[in-house]
Design a protein around this ligand. Structure first.
Ligand code: KG4
Length: 340
């Protein structure tokens, strides 16, 4: 009998369900919420409501695309946290109800673990290229910036993390304050591609060890622009591309500096990235360049798996399911989850 894992992801503003058949992705269906567009960020109440509307059709569609009947499901993997509590409650409660009605086990997944294991999503017919354990993952999203040593699919050590803002937050906040739009990462990435990254320089943090800080560079950019605007009100408009390219380069330099240090200290040369900011084109090419120069083996998740998706939750859940991990029905979601 095939091992069928249903994955459910509802931590923020994407309702997603995926089916893994014997470790291979059979479907991955995501309903992205458009209701937040006018608000410049995700509105938690609206997100929960949209999940409630989407969850049944999304799960049904994922089963249909995979050609799987609900009665064939071996286990349900769901995101327990971190994320928005109301959003997580929808996915968790749905997973419990389905688990009870089908009499199949549930496996809770830390959302970050999903991002870290995104390179293990196997698509039918695609070449399998997966990092060997232990590997380092640069986990970069709107809520996290961490360097994680992944010892096995079930064992992680956080080697360094941000002491203030996450790198995605730096992208988003700066973009918003400069009037470039939300979410800031994709906007800045696009403008940066047309600009000169060496035109402007911004202050870099001096944080010991492998930790990060991004609040200073954000402030440095904002003061710099405000000062220039006093002399020339059209400064921002006329220099948007160079500002974005220079700002993005500074963030990537900060990220890479500590990643290189971590690789040197641990002597690990298997390097991956994960999370929303892993979609950044500048960061992706920089990892490949540094990797080629330093003899690393680098693995970039496919762009579609850098954003929130249930395929990565199903994969993380499958590793646990096979190791005998089961989650009791009295589990509650949590908005913060420091450890894996
Ligand atoms: O992992 P994610 O989808 O959500 C959570 O943080 O949970 O990450 C979202 C973050 C946002 O800060 C967004 O601006 C950033 O990922 N992002 C990017 C790019 N695409 C998304 N940042 C830089 N460049 C991009 N192309």
């Amino acid at each position: 009998m095939a091992e069928i894992i249903l994955g459910i992801e509802s931590s923020c503003d994407d309702t997603s369900a995926a089916v893994l058949r014997d470790g291979v992705l059979a479907s991955n269906v995501t309903a992205s919420q458009q209701v937040h567009k006018d608000y410049g960020g995700v509105v938690p109440e609206l997100a929960s409501r949209a999940h409630e509307l989407n969850i049944v059709p999304v799960v049904s569609r994922a089963l249909e695309v995979a050609g799987v009947k609900a009665s064939e499901i071996s286990a349900i993997a769901f995101t327990r946290g971190p994320g928005l509590l109301g959003s997580l409650l929808v996915g968790t409660s749905f997973a419990k109800a389905l688990s009870l009605s089908l009499d199949v086990p549930m496996v809770m997944v830390n959302h970050l673990q999903g991002h870290i294991l995104a390179n293990f999503i196997r698509e039918p017919g695609a070449e399998v290229r997966e990092p060997a354990f232990p590997y380092l993952c640069l986990l970069v999203s709107g809520g996290n910036s961490q360097i994680v040593r992944v010892n096995s699919p079930l064992s992680y050590d956080i080697l360094g993390q941000t002491i203030d803002d996450a790198v995605g937050e730096a992208f988003d906040k700066c973009s918003k304050m400069l009037g470039l739009g939300y979410p800031g990462g994709p906007v800045i990435d696009k403008l940066a591609a047309q600009g000169d990254p060496s035109r402007f320089t911004f202050a870099k943090p001096n944080v010991p060890g492998l930790d990060y800080s991004f609040s200073g560079v954000k402030t440095s950019l904002l003061y710099f622009v405000a000062d220039r605007m006093k002399e020339d009100p059209s400064f921002l408009e006329n220099n948007k591309e160079d500002l974005c390219a220079s700002f993005q380069k500074t963030l990537i330099d900060i990220l890479m500096n500590k990643l290189v240090k971590a690789a040197r200290q641990t002597r690990i040369r298997e390097i991956t990235i994960g999370g929303g900011v892993a979609a950044n084109s500048g960061l992706r090419s920089r990892i490949l360049e540094e990797g080629a120069r330093r003899g690393w083996k680098t693995y970039l998740p496919q762009l579609r798996y850098t954003t929130d998706n249930a395929a990565m939750i199903a994969v993380a859940g499958a590793f646990q399911f096979r190791a005998g991990v089961r989650t009791p029905l009295d589990v509650a979601p949590v908005s913060r989850m420091a450890d894996f």
